[in-house]
Unconditional design. Structure first.
Length: 206
């Protein structure tokens, strides 16, 4: 009887030790599928992506003078212009975007929460300037290039068609005491797929 009791105690101890070690491992393991968001404030563009380099969505702010007619059309045109400038403009070079996104990925590598990790391009760029020797790691830069390439391909497609394709207006509001109309447009993989499906059906290719 005593022998059986000792065996039960030993089995319980092993079980508890196994549970303790597994919990500790999970707590310390970084969550690599966490979502990131980087806000390019001056450009009016915010991008959402993952550690694996998948671009989830793009937000862009279109502005128009509220006193003018067709404010929605003007705001949409402004949003498209901002996206094109974001990709092809001299102020936001490919190397700069890749470095900023790469820095955001590096900073988020040790974060273990599942919330979206948000960063600002100005703060990230300041970090890069203050620590020039701390360049992007190979993996972070490779992932950042994938994100940037997807952005470029997406905006290039919009530019060729002259309109915001696969984009929905998420919200709109007025600021500056009602003088400026602002519309927030969102591109996402899902909206893009829906747009392409509708276009295919309209062209009778399905």
């Amino acid at each position: 009887m005593k022998h059986k009791f000792k065996l039960i105690l030993i089995a319980a101890a092993i079980s508890m030790a196994g549970c303790s070690s597994s919990v500790k491992l999970n707590d310390s393991a970084p969550i690599k599928d966490a979502k990131l968001a980087t806000n390019f404030t001056d450009e009016g563009v915010k991008i959402f992506y993952t550690f694996t380099g998948r671009l989830e969505r793009i937000e862009v702010y279109g502005h128009a003078d509220a006193w003018k007619g067709n404010v929605e059309i003007l705001a949409e045109a402004d949003a498209l212009a901002k996206l094109v400038k974001f990709v092809y403009g001299n102020d936001v070079s490919t190397n700069r975007k890749v470095s900023i996104i790469g820095k955001a990925i590096e900073n988020a590598e040790d974060v273990t929460n599942t919330d979206t990790i948000t960063s600002d391009s100005k703060e990230l760029e300041s970090e890069l300037k203050n620590k020039p020797s701390n360049s992007n790691s190979t993996n972070a830069r490779r992932t950042a290039k994938i994100v940037n390439e997807t952005i470029t391909d997406t905006v290039t497609s919009m530019k060729s068609q002259g309109k915001l394709v696969g984009v929905r207006k998420a919200k709109d509001y007025q600021k500056d005491n009602g003088k400026t109309y602002v519309a927030v447009y969102v591109w996402s993989e899902k909206d893009q797929a829906i747009s392409e499906n509708i276009r295919t059906r309209m062209m009778g290719k399905d």
